[in-house]
Design a protein around this ligand. Sequence first.
Ligand code: PDD
Length: 283
Amino acid sequence: MVKILWNDRIINEEDVKIGFEDRGYQFGDGVYEVIKIYNGDVFTATEHIDRLYESADKIQLVIPYTKDVLHKMLYELIELNEVKNGQIYLQVTRGTSPRQHNFPTPAVESVLTAYTKETNRPLSQLQTGVKACFVEDMRWLRCDIKSLNLLGNVLAKQEAVSKDCFEAILHRGEVITEGSSSNMYGIKNGVLYTHPANNLILNGITRRVIFACCEEIGMPVVEEAFTKQQALEMDEFIMSSTSAEVMPIVSIDDQMIGSGTRGQWTEKLQQAFEKKIPVSVGI
Ligand code: PDD
């Protein structure tokens, strides 16, 4: 029987009751996290929980449990579901109340749900790399919030998939921001370039792990936006996310990046990343 975290209780899946006037369902009024489980351990749990509370704070949503309680509940959930390798999806909405755009007054209790899923690492794609394409970034101006409003991301990913691509590289005008569900980086002459963590991108947890890896392998990081043209001229290109890890992008809009295969810096970054995760499957 699959167990679900529902507010501060772990219950059977069929006992979960979500109101049809839940504001997450009607307005996308909530925040979420996707967290990786490696070898029965929650990877970068503290960072994800901190970012969840930060996102909630930015939309004035109060999560009525401490970070410590949530941390413990997530471990309990993966233990009960016996997940060894996979992920946790966690979301918190502003709760259920009669539909109106402004916040409910008085405030209602937020609704937290979290569940686990067994997943495999994308091992072969981490070696061969993936194709991507440019898609206009049409999202709002608070992409730093990990909000449930994902229609802009959904449409961008759908466009990429319809072009047989793994990911959409979003751009505002000529400037690359991030991916539809990932961060983007170019590597030129041994330097890693990526968009600064401002309101136009989500400051990925994997992005932060990558910065630590760069430090370890002696690769300078420049947090500066670059253009579509500069992207095409990079020696190597990568995307990162909780599920895709450090993923090589070997072509953009069918134009080969560098040699069109995983580059040497990318491989070094992947090896450094691999050392940080509590399982070594090898890539
Ligand atoms: N997406 N940018 C966007 C828009 C994202 O949705 C994500 C993550 C990232 C990378 O963040 P992190 O390294 O913390 O996973 C960047 C998750 C995985 C998702 O929505 O499935």
